[in-house]
Design a protein around this ligand. Sequence first.
Ligand code: AMP
Length: 429
Amino acid sequence: MRLQAVKGTADRLPADQPRWRRLHEVARRVLERAGVQELTPPVFEFAEVFERSVGEAADLVVQKEMYTFDDRGGRRLTLRPEFTASVLRAYVEHGMHTWPSPVKLWSHGPAFRAENVQRGRFRQFHQVNLEVVGSAEPVADAEAIALFVDILRELGLTGVRVALGSVGDPDDRARYNAYLRDALAPRAGELTETSQERLRLNPMRLLDAKDPGDRALIAGLARPLDRLGDPARAHFDAVAGYLRAWEVPFDVDPAIVRGLDYYRRTAFEIHAEGIGAQSALGGGGRYDGLVAQLGGPDVPGIGWAFGVERVLDALAQADLAAPEAEGPALYLVPMDDEAVGEVAHLARRLRARQRVEHGYVKRAPGKGLRDADRAGARYAGLIGARERAEGTVQLKHLATGVQRSVPLADLADALERPESIAEPATQEV
Ligand code: AMP
């Protein structure tokens, strides 16, 4: 068998790294300026952490998607399919309810789901995740949503759509589920198998159905937002009011539901144009009750996650120039065997301030210059017998071809003041 990466996983190659790095830098800047602290939970947890968080009526689809295995000690472990349960487990474990409230935490890293692989749907993917724990105020919801939009905007992504809805309070949800069961009972047999299962376990999730037949059956029914109780309605109106006042563009989406059972009130998704069927960049919502479900105090929270691959895909579709990978400031060429150790030593010293690379075997000047060019270097530095004797390096600015002899002692400074070298040529090698 030819060894290759598992389907649904991908290597992130050197050329991909600048885009990824930039995305994380922007997310970090936007979030940390808002007082969000970074938390790095482990990649796997006891299976129970996720099982408890998805709840009794857990969608079997969700359960089946988890990578759960027994380790050699017989422990049932799960590779995280998302961050929320891990972050809240850590919140409880470290007594963060005693920290100044709300506790705002962000995380990033891989997540794992045993899904059918397609564009935008992988088995190992990456998320940036935010949780704001300890506030039930609508302003916390609005701030969280606005931060998500701020990150996308700062990345340069326009043409994104915030879809805002509400799944109501637990009572509203129970009433709505009962309504759906009643309304669909006469024709339940016509639903797809998955939708029948949802109708039994968690009817509200039927609204996520993709099958056209299922969609036709539910098309005329009331949506969760139409059936909110007064407190959830007031909360929704307040969140929408803040977003309007802050000029965060959004559409009300009465049918929005989230995959997991623990959501309360606010539920939202952010979609981008042009990235195909899997257009959700991310989503989130409020999960009052989940911390208690995980064995902690009864504190409310709101959070979101976005898929890094999807945001990068949307950026690529929007034709936003990826940052160029930069080459070294200097590429040193040894022109004889004695110079090999010398250029390596010089490179080690210069690396305190600059990125410097070098050849590992002696090279004729022409070939050495070609090596420097292929490395993407700004300068080539050639060292042979004469340079060693003089304590100099022949420094060539590759873009202009300007070349001069620079004393080793001045080299570090010269690299930082390029204009001092890219001036009239003096001598040729
Ligand atoms: P969810 O927890 O399902 O709401 O996922 C949040 C975000 O993570 C989604 O909107 C996607 O951007 C991303 N995501 C979820 N599942 C996958 C997957 N299998 N492959 C790639 N991205 C995903």
